[in-house]
Ligand binder design. Structure first.
Ligand SMILES: NC(=O)C1=CN([C@@H]2O[C@H](COP(=O)(O)OP(=O)(O)OC[C@H]3O[C@@H](n4cnc5c(N)ncnc54)[C@H](OP(=O)(O)O)[C@@H]3O)[C@@H](O)[C@H]2O)C=CC1
Ligand SMILES: Nc1nc2c(c(=O)[nH]1)N=C([C@H](O)[C@@H](O)CO)CN2
Length: 244
């Protein structure tokens, strides 16, 4: 289901090869979709919910639960039948769930199965565009694990590993890279103690918001010589409190 149809009088910028962003109904993904739209890109945003704030002439919202194969197939068909190609796919959709078997299954479907399925199905559509990119939004936690979010860190590690495989599979027409954030935006409603503890985990002790990720995406979209790479944006967290 489309949430925001462009009216005819609106200029159709680059309508024939949009950027697909998964999980752009809120927070980082929404800010990224708006930044890309304002930069002149046509954006298709796929999330379970539609968001009024994502209403922009360059943004088409497509309602999909990406843990469901049927929804992914509908999204793939929409992209293949309505556009000449794809400029990029940005796998941002994610759930940061506490550990239990059901949550692990859900996060595997969202962080691993969905990007795997969409990348395999849309590789040829990407290759139709002069310069095409796939960007996996991972998490720098994967490099060290997380005792409080074991399933989340493991599934994000799998997402990070797929950067390597798809970079080799799709070179040279499609570039595939990962972005590894540390803290970006804290969850709403968290307590002050958690906030202070989290900020202190990095050398740069502040909550940066979506901007570092937007900047990393803009870099990768214009980069001519990056594939199979990881862009880390973690405020120096890997250097804090080292056993020197
Ligand atoms: N926030 C942070 O500090 C950090 C974030 N990251 C990563 O950055 C990215 C953005 O983070 P953030 O904005 O906080 O993420 P949020 O958890 O706030 O939002 C995730 C997005 O994914 C979508 N989503 C969730 N489940 C599904 C589903 N089944 N199908 C389709 N879409 C789904 C949500 O939309 P809807 O519910 O409408 O489906 C939402 O738009 C994520 O990949 C996250 O893992 C990494 C490190 C730190
Ligand atoms: N999908 C999400 N992934 C992550 C989130 C989030 O809100 N949604 N939040 C974090 C934390 O902010 C963490 O980086 C610091 O505690 C990690 N991933």
């Amino acid at each position: 289901m489309l949430g925001h149809e462009r009216t005819d009088e609106q200029t159709a910028p680059n309508m024939n090869s949009p950027i697909l962003i998964t999980g752009a109904s809120q927070r980082v993904g929404l800010a990224l979709a708006l930044a890309l739209a304002k930069a002149g890109h046509q954006v298709v945003s796929a999330s379970r919910s539609l968001h009024a704030q994502a209403a922009h002439p360059n943004i088409i919202q497509f309602q999909a639960d990406l843990t469901r194969e049927a929804d992914r197939l509908a999204l793939i068909e929409h992209l293949q039948h309505n556009y000449d190609g794809l400029r990029a796919i940005i796998h941002n959709a994610s759930l940061w769930l506490d550990d239990d078997l059901q949550s692990l299954d859900t996060m595997f479907r969202l962080h691993v199965e969905a990007p795997y399925h969409l990348n395999l199905a849309l590789g040829e559509h990407l290759a139709k565009v002069e310069k095409a990119d796939i960007i996996h939004i991972c998490d720098e936690t994967s490099s060290r694990g997380s005792k409080s979010h074991i399933g989340y860190a493991a599934t994000k590690a799998a997402l990070q590993n797929m950067v390597l495989s798809f970079a080799e599979k799709y070179a040279p027409k499609v570039r595939v890279n990962g972005i590894l954030p540390g803290l970006l935006i804290l969850k709403e409603g968290g307590d002050e103690q958690y906030r202070r503890q989290t900020l202190k985990k990095a050398l740069l002790e502040f909550e940066p918001g979506a901007q570092p990720l937007i900047e990393a995406v803009m870099f990768l979209l214009q980069s001519q010589y990056s594939t199979g790479s990881q862009v880390v944006i973690n405020g120096g967290r890997h250097l804090k409190n080292r056993m020197t």
